[in-house]
Design a protein around this ligand. Structure first.
Ligand SMILES: [Zn+2]
Length: 312
């Protein structure tokens, strides 16, 4: 009977410990990441030897993710958890990891990877961090994946971790990494030539999500819609910002897809600047299905807007 055979197979799968017995060849490392960018980079390196799933969606604010019971289930079954770190997920992830009771995933465990360990981190505060400064991260700006050079370093970190967890596949992961590195380098040449005419372009961004992106592509961030990180716009700050944007001739504003457009649109009306809803992550728009497409999308948005606004 057909049904009986399926049931028997399921029973065997449930009884056999993973990584042992006749199913070992099919056993894939179960990777859970906090963001879609990390899941994309994990897939680049892990190929068909892993499954990778993100908790936060790319169109959500990664600082504030609503904890759902389904996330705990995902973490219970995971072999490896990859996090952005630098306190990006501090408001929602720690209780989920604790409640998963998965010993591998606790910080310091074999299955916990902080992707930020050797990447280029900006905005590290020099002195004491106080509440009055807003949502400032003492370990520096956590939006570091928006520099493709950091994407390469993250992929390298993932390669090392996967090889450590699955030594038999180390050569496979190294080959996948080398291929990604080559494709990313090709894409970077394309992005650099697209952005070259706009070196020094002054922009305003809603949140401090873009320092690494701006540094990499030569943009000059001269102000923020938020008066301080994580603090909503205030009338006084908005008026100051409008004055400053007029003085500097700022023509472009980057707004993350999860912020209200009311204030950016009001600033646009006053200054003539254009609002660009930029994707800060893979999945920030339906078209952005992987890490390389993230930059393709954002850079084409910028280039098109500058062409239309005559912003240079
Ligand atoms: Zn932030």
């Amino acid at each position: 009977m057909k049904l009986g055979r399926v049931t028997t197979a399921l029973l065997f799968a449930a009884i056999l410990p993973s990584g042992a017995g006749p199913f070992a060849a099919d056993a894939k490392l179960n990777v859970v990441t906090t963001t879609e960018d990390l899941a994309s980079l994990a897939r680049e390196v892990g190929g068909d030897r892993i499954t990778a799933e993100a908790i936060a969606k790319g169109y959500q604010d990664p600082h504030f993710v609503e904890a759902k019971p389904s996330f705990i289930l995902k973490l219970q079954k995971a072999d490896l958890l990859i996090v952005v770190g630098r306190e990006l997920e501090i408001g929602w992830l720690p209780p989920l990891v604790t409640q998963s009771r998965n010993p591998k995933l606790q910080p310091g465990g074999i299955g916990y990877l902080d992707a930020s360990l050797n990447v280029r981190i900006l905005d590290v505060p020099a002195g004491q961090v106080t509440r009055a400064m807003g949502d400032v991260h003492p370990q520096g700006n956590p939006h570091y994946w928006l520099d493709p050079g950091n994407g390469r370093r993250i992929a390298q970190n993932i390669q090392k971790k996967l090889a450590e967890m699955s030594p038999g596949d180390a050569a496979y992961f190294a080959g996948r990494y080398a291929d990604f590195d080559r494709r990313l380098a090709e894409a970077e040449k394309r992005w650099d030539s697209q952005m070259a005419p706009y070196k020094g372009l002054k922009i305003v961004t809603y949140h401090r999500s873009w320092p690494n992106f701006a540094e990499r592509f030569g943009l000059d961030v001269v102000g923020y819609i938020e008066p301080r990180p994580g603090i909503p716009p205030s009338p006084g700050h908005t008026l100051d910002l409008i004055r400053e944007m007029k003085r500097l001739g700022v023509k472009i504003m980057f707004v993350e897809p999860y912020f209200d457009l009311k204030t950016p649109n009001a600033v646009a009306r006053e200054t003539g600047a254009r609002v660009l809803v930029m994707a800060p992550a893979v999945g920030g728009d339906k078209a952005i299905t992987d890490y390389i497409k993230l930059f393709d999308y954002d850079i084409s948005l910028i280039v098109t807007a500058i062409g239309q606004a005559g912003a240079k």
